[in-house]
Design a protein around this ligand. Structure first.
Ligand code: C5P
Length: 473
């Protein structure tokens, strides 16, 4: 840990101790996605353990209005997790010194100078791949008390939800690797190299393939009948003693045959390359029930993403904070509904070809009146995970609240473009009075509808021409 980071965590600890001693109430405001729900829950749990008086709420984005709302809020001190980049001046002006941001999104040099900003990039950590807000929150929780090491399990979920498993074979790197190893030493997580099918330990093989959307194989993803039919022809033994076999029960030869069967089915020339995505490290939580969807770290993270995106963040945060009662079946129901919705949107987008405008570098997708604003990130990630879009940049847009248009951009698998999407989205949005930002390979923006044509023209020109170091036109 760098000296600067240690100093920041010690500042965090001092501020929290001061709040507790002087009985100041604390609000935690966090993002609605998996990383937001996990980071907010980690901090809330750690504060509750310290005896702090705190509340936890979510927001789908950060804005001046939210900062303003803090002023009239009855809480004395404000912690913002997985949000806040770009609003440091406003936070300072409105709240003085009574705030802390724990984040991993790329921010300007000016914002890095503020001591209340505890952002991964400030300490030389890559916030896009080495640590996310959940990891930052975990390290902050550890600075309060090392007993919080059990929260490493939730930090693993956050990193999976933010797709930070970008090392060899979907392993973790940097701080994520260290945190996952802490969880492993505590017996909270098991890491194995295996087929990355959804429901590895719980679903029959055909269903597991159908539920797997990364990579997104048209015709197989969400199509159980076709999956079953190709598996039957492959000769893999699908049942044992009358019970469907699950992916974890296959031997090495059978696993190879599964990959070959999927590859042979897909007409896309890039499928073989993309299939490498199907083998990697799995993260299993052995303390969760054997039949529970929470046993698999990636499925856990999908459930959290789905909670936030359909306005049920509370369910996700309750689960992260340890509730395993009624809320668990609610979480499972949300996950099922969410998958149904994604399937519906993807079907429409693939049937209505007029919604796509494509060249060799990028695909612009018009999701207006189909994709809800909160689900643009999920859908753009799925489009980016399809073998036929390999190497391209995906830019999806849809209608947002109050006459706005929301954009979500992703670099697909194998994309060699040097462009930094965070920079592109931020610069473009600022040029047209909007807000934008994120990471090198995944970023978003929001503008008002009247600026749409100009904004699109700007993106079309700059998505190809701009490298991370050159000036935008
Ligand atoms: O919305 P979407 O999932 O496409 O966003 C991708 C990443 O960019 C997320 O991490 C999100 O928090 C971030 N983002 C941002 N500022 C925005 C929009 C998105 O930092 N204005």
């Amino acid at each position: 840990m760098t000296k600067g980071f240690e100093e920041s965590l010690s500042l965090f600890k001092d501020k929290i101790s001061d709040c507790i001693k002087s009985q100041k109430s604390i609000s935690i405001t966090t993002h609605i996605d998996c990383d937001g729900l996990t980071s907010g829950s980690i901090i809330a749990k750690a504060l509750i353990r310290e005896g702090a008086n705190c509340t936890l709420r979510t927001s789908k984005e950060f804005s001046k209005d939210i900062v303003e709302s803090f002023k009239t809020d009855s809480r004395d001190f404000h912690i913002v997790t997985d949000l806040g980049g770009g609003f440091v001046k406003d936070l300072n002006q409105t709240l003085g010194d009574d705030w802390i941001v724990l984040d991993h999104h790329q921010i300007s040099e000016e914002e890095k100078d503020n001591q209340n900003v505890i952002n991964a990039w400030k300490y030389g950590m890559d916030g896009g791949s080495e640590i996310c807000a959940g990891g930052m929150a975990y390290l902050a929780a550890m600075s309060l008390d090392e007993k919080n090491s059990d929260l490493s399990e939730i930090a693993v979920v956050s990193a999976l939800g933010d797709r930070q498993d970008q090392g060899d074979r979907k392993s973790f790197t940097g701080k994520n690797f260290e945190i996952a190893n802490t969880a492993k030493e505590l017996g909270l997580v098991e890491m194995d190299l295996d087929l990355l099918l959804v429901g590895r330990e719980t679903r029959p093989l055909a269903e597991a393939i159908a539920f797997t959307s990364q990579p997104f194989i048209e015709g197989l993803t969400w199509n159980k009948e076709t999956c079953l039919s190709i598996l039957k022809s492959s000769g893999i033994k699908l049942k044992e003693e009358g019970r469907w076999r699950v992916p974890a029960e296959l031997n090495e030869e059978e696993k190879k045959l599964v990959i070959k069967t999927i590859t042979d089915f897909s007409p896309d020339k890039n499928t073989t390359e993309v299939m490498s995505e199907l083998i990697g490290y799995t993260y299993t939580f052995p303390k969760e029930d054997k039949r529970s969807f929470l046993r698999d770290g990636r499925e856990y993270s999908t459930m959290l993403n789905s909670c936030g995106r359909i306005n049920r963040s509370g369910v996700g945060m309750a689960i992260c904070m340890g509730d395993r009662n009624q809320v668990l079946s609610e979480g499972e129901g949300i996950l099922t509904d969410y998958r149904k919705k994604i399937k519906e949107y993807m079907n429409i987008l693939s049937n209505e070809r007029w919604r796509l405008s494509e060249n060799e570098n990028y695909i612009m997708v018009n999701g207006e009146d189909i994709v809800p604003e909160t689900m643009t990130g999920t859908i753009s990630s799925l489009i980016a995970g399809s073998p036929k879009n390999i190497g391209k940049i995906i830019i999806l847009r849809t209608r947002g609240e109050a006459n706005t248009i929301k954009f979500s951009s992703r670099k697909s698998f194998g994309c060699k473009s040097e462009i930094n999407l965070s920079e592109l989205m931020r610069t473009a949005a600022e040029k047209f009075d909007g807000i934008g930002g994120g990471h090198n390979a995944a970023a978003g923006a929001k503008i008002t509808k009247d600026k749409l044509d100009e904004f699109l023209k700007y993106l079309e020109l700059n998505v190809v021409n701009v490298s991370s170091s050159s000036d935008h036109q």
